[in-house]
Design a protein around this ligand. Structure first.
Ligand code: HEM
Length: 166
């Protein structure tokens, strides 16, 4: 425990924590929303990252199609992350005394910020890629961001599982 939760917060969240700990439905629904949203967002993100690697050997037309596909996927990834963040806050609030003082929890939050920054960098990189060859610096940067994205998705998932078992 590195720091303890402010008393006022513990008090304010007590009704939710009590309800959550005595309910079977609430943990099932909230955990499903958390994991279900991650399957959606992570599934789209990982499959798109994989396609990005395959663009090294693709024709100009296929690379252009990939850029169009990527812009369609962003909304699903962001939507899934929003649901996982809302359900994550509910999970956090259900046991704030455990999570507030956990370095694993705050490391996970820092990794999520890194995932969002990486996603933003990817979107900006994509914008300048139409009509450029596969070896252009932008495509190399996009492949690098795809590696970072995959590593972050798995590391954040691992941090979440450590949280449940600590
Ligand atoms: C603001 C965003 C988020 C918050 C506040 C949050 C918070 C939490 C908390 C408190 C738990 C522990 C639940 C428990 O003990 O029952 C948890 C579990 C978990 N989280 Fe998150 N999380 C967030 C986003 C994410 C993201 C983006 C990922 C994946 C990339 C993720 C993956 C997981 C996993 C795999 C679990 C374990 C689920 C289980 O086995 O029950 N979380 N999260």
């Amino acid at each position: 425990m590195i720091l303890s939760a402010p008393e006022v917060l513990v008090h304010a969240l007590k009704p939710w924590a009590e309800f959550y700990s005595h309910s079977k439905v609430a943990p099932t629904v909230v955990t499903f929303l958390h994991v279900g949203a991650l399957i959606l967002a992570g599934g789209f993100a990982l499959s798109t990252d994989r396609d990005t690697f395959r663009m090294v050997r693709a024709s100009d037309a296929v690379r252009a199609q990939h850029l169009d596909d990527r812009s369609g996927v962003h909304a699903w990834v962001v939507g899934g992350l929003v649901v996982s963040a809302i359900s994550g806050v509910l999970l956090f609030a259900a046991d704030i005394e455990t999570f507030f003082g956990s370095w694993v929890f705050w490391s996970k939050m820092a990794l999520i910020v890194a995932l969002l920054i990486n996603g933003y960098v990817m979107m900006r990189t994509e914008r300048g890629l139409h009509g450029t060859p596969a070896q252009a610096p932008g495509w190399i940067a996009l492949r690098r961001s795809a590696v970072v994205s995959i590593v972050l998705w798995f590391t954040i998932s691992l941090a979440g599982i450590i949280l449940v078992n600590m």
